[in-house]
Design a protein around this ligand. Structure first.
Ligand code: SF4
Ligand code: SF4
Length: 461
């Protein structure tokens, strides 16, 4: 795919300027408080009705109350109130939770499960005694790789080198990796093919609207998506340009904090929020666009995070949350142009949990996809159920993740779809892996890629 047509560097001092231009205190030194755990606030909302159980993938697989939302809430509340300690037995049940938030959508009492899970994971990390190797790895991952975009970039380059220098081919062909660790040999296949550095979307750039400028938006690029799925990033900018948007891709933005908050490293997640709010809040834009369901869901939580932990940042964080929109949501909101070129394929859609349950965005991606002329649309059975990817879940809980994935792939196979669309990087990787592992002949694509390709075909003379 070609990069967007014209691009101009950001003028100095224009919206989207690097955070280095902002007072340092705006970004790093704002005080943050720890929320009191004395009150069992949200736990008391649970009326134990059990309506969430059937929606919970781990309860469906394991059948234990303690691996259901209601059971986990009971354990979390007991630990929070001091009836039982935050020990490894509780941790095991909390660790098995995918954080998919299907229970929230099912709950008639409005229990904010995600919020309680964040707190529980943080409390567990405070009490958990990890071996020094794990502590070192966590500090490397959360304190370096996901905090510093430069380090993430170098890690991605090292991975690319491994993939293109022949070492990957050798390890796979010889079966050596499988011999050393069958599990790591499988996990290695979950990795995306890293694009060359020249293909990555450039930041600190203003991509002009195609034709008359109707909107000005900022693109939140995320971290993993940005380093590993360059084509999707370019496609996102391209479809925004096609629909009259000037797109700012600000320098200085970083990981949204999702991985950290889901792993009990909440202080690191707040640090990421401060960095991103420092970059995004000053922008004069109509919307902040996310093309990754997980990132969008977290950006929409920034206002709440700031209110709870960093009140000094609250108004700016709330502005960022209010302006954030998933790409499909924004396209529908502005009345996007349907593509002219047709695609003669059978197409289905799997809902990323953090788009459906986290952002409550469900109809919009379908409207975008169904606007493509010529497609044969087929609804995916159980599209609202998690694929088992769930951040790092497929690495940390590989066996259970694969059980969940196998069911998802059976559903996909039953549709006979040639193309499956989904709008989240981990879901894309998980489902592509699932297609290979379970032999389902389906191409897994991001909706932005599909739409951009049809726009491009439609522009050809
Ligand atoms: S977040 Fe998902 S896996 Fe966790 S309890 Fe809720 S439904 Fe179950
Ligand atoms: S649906 Fe809500 S109220 Fe009912 S058991 Fe689950 S969390 Fe509690």
């Amino acid at each position: 795919m070609k990069p967007p047509l014209e691009s101009t560097p950001h003028p100095a001092g224009a919206p989207g300027a690097s955070p280095a231009d902002l007072p340092k205190s705006r970004l790093e030194d704002l005080p943050w408080k720890k929320r009191s755990r004395e009150k069992a606030d949200f736990y008391v909302d649970c009326v134990h009705c059990g309506l969430c159980l059937a929606q919970c993938p781990t309860y469906r697989e394991l059948g234990f109350e303690s691996d259901s939302p209601r059971g986990r809430l009971f354990l979390m509340r007991a630990a929070q109130e001091g009836t039982i300690p935050w020990n490894s037995r509780i941790a095991d049940h909390i660790d098995l939770c995918l954080g998919c938030r299907a229970c929230e959508s099912a709950c008639p009492a409005g229990v904010r499960y995600e919020r309680l899970l964040e707190e529980a994971r943080e409390a567990i990390e405070e009490h958990r005694k990890r071996p020094w190797t794990e502590r070192l790895l966590r500090s490397l991952v959360f304190g370096q790789i996901f905090r510093r975009p430069r380090v993430l970039h170098l890690a991605a380059r090292a991975l690319r080198l491994y993939q293109v220098c022949g070492l990957r081919f050798l390890l796979r062909r010889s079966g050596l990796l499988k011999l050393l660790s069958p599990k790591w040999s499988e996990l290695e296949q979950l990795l995306p093919d890293i694009p060359p550095a020249r293909r990555l979307l450039k930041k600190g750039i203003r991509y002009p609207a195609r034709g008359e400028r109707k909107y000005r938006v900022a693109f939140f690029t995320g971290c993993v998506m940005d380093e590993t799925m360059a084509d999707i990033q370019h496609a996102t900018v391209e479809i925004l340009q096609h629909n009259g948007c000037e797109v700012l891709v600000p320098e200085g933005q970083g990981c949204c904090g999702a991985v950290q908050s889901h792993s009990g490293a909440f202080a690191e997640a707040l640090r990421q929020m401060k960095t991103n709010v420092g970059v995004l809040a000053p922008l004069e834009v109509d919307a902040i666009i996310s093309n990754a369901a997980g990132c969008g869901a977290v950006l929409k939580e920034y206002g709440r995070w700031a209110a709870d932990y960093c009140p000094a940042l609250r108004s700016e964080a709330e502005k960022v949350s209010a302006q954030t929109a998933d790409i499909s949501q924004f396209l529908v909101r502005i009345g996007f142009a349907p593509p002219e070129a047709g695609l003669e394929k059978r197409l289905t859609y799997d809902e990323p949990c953090h788009l459906l349950h986290g952002q409550k965005v469900s109809a919009e991606p379908r409207r975008v996809l169904r606007s493509i002329p010529g497609i044969e649309w087929v609804e995916l059975p159980n599209a609202d159920q998690c694929c088992g990817g769930a951040g790092t879940y497929n690495i940390m809980q590989y066996e259970l993740s694969m059980r969940i994935l196998e069911k998802k792939m059976k559903d996909i196979a039953s549709t006979g779809a040639e193309v499956l669309a989904t709008g989240n990087p981990v879901c894309l990787l998980q489902l592509r892996y699932g297609a290979r592992r379970f032999g389902v002949p389906v191409e897994v694509r991001h909706p932005a890629e599909l739409l951009a390709a049809q726009y491009r075909l439609g522009r050809k003379p």
